[in-house]
Design a protein around this ligand. Structure first.
Ligand SMILES: [Zn+2]
Length: 199
């Protein structure tokens, strides 16, 4: 629709999740009109995440350095792991201040429609973490939608033989939704009221 650089920018923005063609166009024209210092800051922020932010070698949360700040924190309990789909879910649960253990970020959920199976997620890595026998409870906090439920059921079956307590966040979360959209109080209650899954 536009020429050269402007269209390239719109195309790149349109590739971002949740940004449709109209939003991409609006953001592009916003940037065109923006102060040059603002654009420089945005470019610098993008370059910094690219260069400095990695995934934690232990839990696959975002990290600056080998391990994320939660895995590095000696005050966090070693016997409880909360499994989530994405790093943004870690942020949502941390906001509730309800959880003092550690996390494991799967990198998505099982979705036959999208061709995502257990091998595409960090399931093997989770099993390796559970093998040393230190973990006594696994809390599965995948999203309350079809994919999240399928993933929870799969994991519960998989870890069943290991003999640890496996729980799922209590109902009350908006069904079909995304964990990050639940408010802190609802998510905190869901955490407190987590129920045991018997595999
Ligand atoms: Zn970590």
């Amino acid at each position: 629709m536009y020429e050269g650089a402007v269209q390239d920018l719109i195309d790149e923005l349109g590739r971002l999740p949740g940004v449709g063609p109209k939003s991409a166009q609006r953001i592009a024209f916003h940037l065109l009109a923006a102060e040059s210092a603002d654009v420089v800051r945005l470019v610098a922020a993008l370059q910094r995440v690219q260069a400095e932010v990695r995934f934690c070698v232990t839990c696959f949360n975002v990290a600056e350095g080998e391990q994320c700040r939660i895995c590095r924190d000696p005050r966090r309990a070693l016997d409880v792991i909360c499994v989530v789909e994405e790093p943004k879910d870690v942020v949502a649960i941390e906001r509730t201040r309800e959880f003092k253990g550690r996390y494991h970020v799967l990198g998505g959920a099982i979705s036959p429609i999208e061709g995502i199976g257990p091998d595409d997620l960090r399931v093997k890595e989770l099993m390796t973490r559970l093998m040393d026998g230190q973990v006594t409870e696994l809390i599965i906090a995948t999203d309350p939608n079809l994919e999240g439920e399928a993933t929870a059921a799969y994991l519960a079956r998989l870890v069943g033989p290991l003999g640890m307590a496996v729980s799922r966040l209590a109902s009350g979360l908006p069904v079909g939704g995304d964990l990050e959209y639940a408010d802190e109080v609802t998510l905190g209650r869901a955490f407190e009221g987590r129920r045991r899954i018997d595999a």
